[in-house]
Design a protein around this ligand. Sequence first.
Ligand SMILES: NC(=O)c1ccc[n+]([C@@H]2O[C@H](COP(=O)([O-])OP(=O)(O)OC[C@H]3O[C@@H](n4cnc5c(N)ncnc54)[C@H](OP(=O)(O)O)[C@@H]3O)[C@@H](O)[C@H]2O)c1
Length: 352
Amino acid sequence: MDQRIPVAVLGATGMVGQRFLWFLDGHPWFRVVALTASEGRVGRRYADAVTWLLPQPMPAWAADMVLQPTTPEGVGEARLAFSALPASVAREVEPRLAARGVWVCSNASAYRREPDVPLLVPEVNPEHIVLVERQRRERGWPAAILTNPNCTTTGLVVALAPLHRTFGLKGVFVATLQALSGAGYPGVPSLAVVDNVLPHIPGEEEKVEWEPRKILGHLVDQTVELAPVPISAHTHRVPVWDGHTLAVSVALARNAGPEEVVQALASYQAPEATRDLPSAPRPVILVRTEPDRPQPRLDRDTGRGMTTVVGRVRLDPLGGVKFTVLSHNTVRGAAGGAVYNGEWLARYLGWR
Ligand SMILES: NC(=O)c1ccc[n+]([C@@H]2O[C@H](COP(=O)([O-])OP(=O)(O)OC[C@H]3O[C@@H](n4cnc5c(N)ncnc54)[C@H](OP(=O)(O)O)[C@@H]3O)[C@@H](O)[C@H]2O)c1
């Protein structure tokens, strides 16, 4: 008999939903028992209802599954739901699931800022998971909502964590070049983005300037004190399929040159509690030494898309150090990140 934990994917037909199916295919701990979509697709066979966009084939077990409503009844026997819902839908649906005892690992931004909701990157702040105790107590729910950050924040915060711990961060400047898949499907109109760069992604700069401060923040009595690090973000959409590239400059509290920074990045490990989980990135950070790497097409699949790739570490004439970060937005920044959170939750709850 299959002893794996039954899970659901909410919003299984979207860009992130499809990544969930790919990422969960053959997962050692989780077995997908329900797929949900919007009302118009409920009752249809998954393979008939979806526009499959990934270069990898659709997992065979998913093709014949029948799409369910995005409700507590729709997820059936699932104990955990991976949510790839738009934020407005997540805001309404996710609490209903948690109130009915279904744990939710969400990609949506709806609850990231709530003080009792963990914003988790398991290789950075696994200890923040204790916020679920406060959430259950204060909301009276048998389960809880956990969130992963915005896909741009994820790569940035993984690269910042070792620098924050080793040298202290005084300030961060980041300019992004973000892939089209980050806008979901159908996403940005092709006529708007071919031969072009769009210098505005609604709501993105605010997320990138705030979310890393919660993730790097200190936990005091089940409350996160935001890290006192000012972040300035400029975000751009570029005609790349997958993989967000970030140009980052950091001012450090303790002076350090590029060699010391490379050493801190390359030797960084996830905390022990989350280091050996099935989806833990191996390695967490790969530092490339070629002058023209990382590049999205060449480097986004490093570590099955879970590794954060850094390169071009050098002195910044404004003071501090500058470098390039690449992170797979729909894997590490979305589905893979949520599954890693789900694994940490399963261990935390003693399910595994
Ligand atoms: N793309 C990324 O790189 C990325 C990264 C991090 C976080 N996120 C977040 O992850 C979430 C999903 O993003 P995405 O890019 O996958 O979006 P998407 O391609 O637009 O997919 C949205 C999914 O939600 C479903 N849905 C829409 N309205 C619904 C409703 N009223 N009830 C039930 N289901 C509904 C859609 O089903 P139908 O097919 O039936 O419409 C689809 O499965 C968003 O909150 C996004 O901000 C995305």
